[in-house]
Design a protein around this ligand. Structure first.
Ligand code: JFZ
Length: 446
């Protein structure tokens, strides 16, 4: 995977050079789409769900590739997929308890298996498995009833489809004939996207992934993006191509990284000044269900990611990998419930905020809503916290939890806050600083 990842990264970076950013500006964006972008920037917290045939092998979503499983064998594996305990209402109830505002679920991952009823191929959950139901339809109904937006993850890479030809950087000889018709593959994708955007009610958007497998291929993105914006003007295009934003795209998403940080090695270091931002993150080390992966991040670490993402003006899209029977492991549910409990107290310092006047630091981050700045102290040992100027005079400051007043020393060069003592059960000491007026926010309203 690492040699492959290096190759993919190199190819992606090569392709990322040119003109997209400038073009973004000319992309006349309908008012509905701009409103949807603002909604997205306010939402701040989403639930990512990687679930599919691969979940049965409990080794993550790349198992077909990693174990070099032939198409015929994987097709057999798909005939045994029967998540009888799947309960869309229970999944959405968990999402609500966690405080997420949207869900992004895998409608089709790289294995090419469709987790929804589609007329474009029989290789789908309703026609190919004993389950016979459409879980995405049930989830869409439950999301609409709960006021949670539903986004569909859609893989442009396909290890199964005969027309995904010429093969890409992740290919191996899995039994497909060495031929195919690329235009038929593009038509297949657009047919499925039409189904997803006409049969599941209001859709928050499409989260694309996999273009990095063939970064220079003629993907005809304008056609596909145009189709999405025509079918649902309020649907957002969220591309995980690890490149600069292109015309027709609405969100810049960073995988396993905060915006601009490239510790994963495959993200672009370019950060859009116009588009809402998102960071996608695994809760353990896997996206798809992995029965041996117990490397679960602590609640304190997850709160830290949510806060640092918001401090960077970005959403956190936190992932779970449900089990093959449709149930969700307790390690995931416990952490989501804890995050929900935290947001029940501190949500006002996250939802609807934008990046604060002080960019993220080792000690924490700041977020802002109007003339109120939220200072998130995640890791600071001293009783006094020196800050640069917040860009406006301070009227009052207090601890969000309990509203105890916070002494402030304001000088020409900055502000010093006298912090309340840290307590073990408080991953984030939030100081609310009310200023005498909000400086003009930047173009993207971020
Ligand atoms: C991609 C998917 O491959 C993965 O299965 C998951 O869906 C994640 C959200 O997105 O992850 C990638 C994609 C490309 C690289 C690494 C991870 N890469 O180019 O090295």
């Amino acid at each position: 995977m690492n040699r492959l990842r290096a190759a993919l990264t190199a190819a992606t970076l090569l392709a990322a050079g040119g003109a997209p950013a400038r073009a973004q500006a000319v992309d006349s964006v309908a008012a509905e789409r701009l409103a949807a972008r603002r909604w997205f920037a306010d939402a701040k917290f989403g639930l990512f769900i990687h679930w599919g045939v691969y979940s049965q092998l409990g080794a993550g979503e790349w198992v077909m590739h990693n174990r070099k499983i032939a198409v015929a064998d994987y097709e057999w594996l798909a005939t045994t997929f029967n998540p009888a305990k799947f309960d869309a209402v229970a999944w959405v109830a968990l999402a609500q308890r966690a405080g997420v505002r949207y869900i992004t679920i895998t409608s089709r991952h790289h294995d090419g298996f469709s987790m929804f009823k589609t007329g474009a191929t029989r290789y789908n959950i309703a026609d190919w498995t004993p389950f016979r139901r459409d879980p995405l339809h049930e989830l869409a109904d439950a999301c609409h009833a709960a006021g949670i937006k539903l986004f569909f993850y859609y893989s442009q890479l396909d290890w199964h489809h005969p027309d995904y030809w010429p093969r890409g950087g992740t290919a191996w000889n899995n039994g497909r004939r060495d031929q195919g018709d690329w235009s038929r593959y593009l038509a297949f994708m657009n047919a499925q996207l039409t189904e997803l955007l006409t049969r599941y009610g209001d859709v928050g958007g499409i989260w694309f992934d996999g273009m990095w497998d063939k970064p220079d291929a003629p993907w005809q993105l304008d056609t596909t993006y145009g189709l999405i914006h025509r079918l649902q003007p309020g649907a957002l295009v969220v591309p995980n191509h690890h490149q600069r934003p292109r015309p027709g795209e609405d969100v810049q998403t960073f995988e396993q990284d905060l915006p601009g940080a490239n510790s994963a090695g495959f993200n672009t270091s370019y950060v859009s000044g116009d588009l809402p931002l998102e960071t996608s993150l695994t809760m353990n080390g896997s996206w798809g269900f992995n029965i041996t992966d117990k490397e679960f991040k602590s609640v304190r670490t997850l709160v830290g990611y949510l806060v640092r993402a918001a401090g960077n003006g970005a959403n956190l899209l936190l992932n779970i990998g449900p089990r093959p029977d449709g149930t969700i492991s307790p390690e995931f549910t416990a952490r989501l419930d804890s995050l929900g409990a935290w947001l029940a107290v501190y949500g006002s310092a996250i939802y609807g905020t934008r990046r604060g006047p002080v960019s993220p630091r080792g000690w924490g981050a700041t977020t802002r809503r109007g003339d109120t700045v939220f200072v998130h102290v995640l890791d600071w040992p001293d009783p006094l916290l020196p800050l640069p100027s917040l860009g406006a005079r301070i009227r009052t400051a207090y601890v969000l939890r309990g509203r105890a007043a916070v002494p402030v020393v304001e000088t020409a060069v900055g502000v010093t806050l006298a912090l309340p003592p840290a307590s073990a059960d408080e991953p984030d000491r939030v100081i609310v600083v009310v200023t005498s007026g909000s400086p003009a926010s930047n173009r993207s309203g971020r």
